[in-house]
Design a protein. Structure first.
Length: 126
């Protein structure tokens, strides 16, 4: 492979990956637990287990975590996200046109990150 062809392939592969997705990925592992015995853990209405669970959140998606137990009021809370500053490194590659707007924004959602990677959700029992 010629030096020019290698440069083109390398440049193209860098542009296909945004900085936030390259350094921090497009998903985060999240641990969820409840202090209430027998509490069932749900994420977006999908059952994950009793007491505690570990799952992966895609940064592009929104999630609501719930804890339920018979005889108790269920509690739900959204998993908040904030801007991932690593995204701004894309400005140095292509002024952010492809790496920030297209890759980290639309394609992977990696320009956001979940504020927490560990949640405690307890149903309200009286």
């Amino acid at each position: 492979m010629t030096r020019t062809a290698l440069s083109v392939v390398l440049s193209f592969s860098v542009l296909l990956t945004g900085c936030a997705s390259m350094f921090n990925g497009s998903s985060q592992q999240v641990a969820i637990r409840s202090n209430v015995d027998g509490a069932e853990i749900y994420v977006n209405e999908a059952y994950l287990g009793k007491g505690n669970a570990v799952t992966t959140f895609k940064k592009k998606e929104n999630y609501v975590i719930s804890a339920r137990r018979e005889g108790c009021d269920s509690v739900s809370l959204p998993a908040p996200k904030s801007f991932d500053a690593t995204t701004l490194l894309g400005i140095f590659l292509d002024f952010g046109i492809i790496t920030i707007l297209v890759i980290d924004g639309v394609a992977t959602g990696a320009w956001q990150q979940f504020d927490q990677t560990s949640y405690v959700v307890d149903p309200q029992c009286t």
